[in-house]
Unconditional design. Structure first.
Length: 211
């Protein structure tokens, strides 16, 4: 059987120094271009108008939730995922999940949902830089793979939600779509650094547009 990539991710996740993976980023940042809305309207990676409408609906809901400062929970993500997929109910997965043509297997144990919830809670830890928290929760959604479908789209929404809580919007999100692997600690740290770069770049362009 393929090794459990989720177990690998949980181990690596705890070994990464998230406090130094990314520097401090400015907040709030009101981007001159809404990069996430543009990405959603295009349907994420699929360039599907129908999928784009669903994603925009989920984005609007997630931003409304951010305005209420709702904490990240499995239940909250399920609410977004129903909109992402256009389904009345989206249950937490009931078995192992696979990605990358079956090369990564994300195991399911009696503790998977609880462990995922613990990871979501850490996205609000103020001791960790914003960019690292956003990148880490993106990878948590990708590798816990909580729902049968649409987890890549949900990961992007969740990353953006963590930023939105701090008043930060990116003017581009395309660079975040590079394939990530559960056994790659350097890649995980690089994602945190990339999020920091994107925040700083959006801030720089925003402040430049004012002058």
């Amino acid at each position: 059987m393929t090794a459990d990539s989720l177990a690998t991710w949980c181990r690596i996740r705890n070994e990464i120094d998230w406090t130094s993976a990314a520097g401090e980023a400015p907040a709030p940042v009101a981007a001159t271009v809404d990069g996430l809305a543009t990405w959603c309207a295009a349907g994420g990676r699929s360039a599907s108008p129908g999928r784009g409408r669903l994603l925009l609906s989920a984005l609007a809901r997630s931003r409304a939730d951010a305005s209420l400062e709702r904490p990240l929970t499995c239940e909250l993500l399920a609410e977004w995922q129903r909109l992402v997929l256009g389904l009345p109910e989206v249950p937490f997965r009931a078995g192992d999940a696979f990605a990358k043509g079956g090369r990564e297997r994300y195991g399911l144990t009696p503790h998977t949902r609880r462990n995922f919830q613990d990871c979501l809670r850490e996205a609000a830890d103020p001791r960790v830089p914003l960019a690292s928290r956003a990148a880490r929760v993106y990878l948590d959604v990708a590798f816990f793979h909580p729902f049968p479908d649409g987890n890549a789209r949900l990961a992007m929404l969740t990353l953006a939600y963590v930023l939105e809580l701090e008043g930060v919007r990116l003017d581009q999100v395309g660079p975040l779509q590079t394939t990530r692997y559960a056994d790659d600690p350097a890649g995980a740290a690089d994602l945190a650094a990339l999020v920091c770069v994107l925040i700083r770049s959006a801030h720089r362009r925003t402040t430049g547009a004012r002058h």
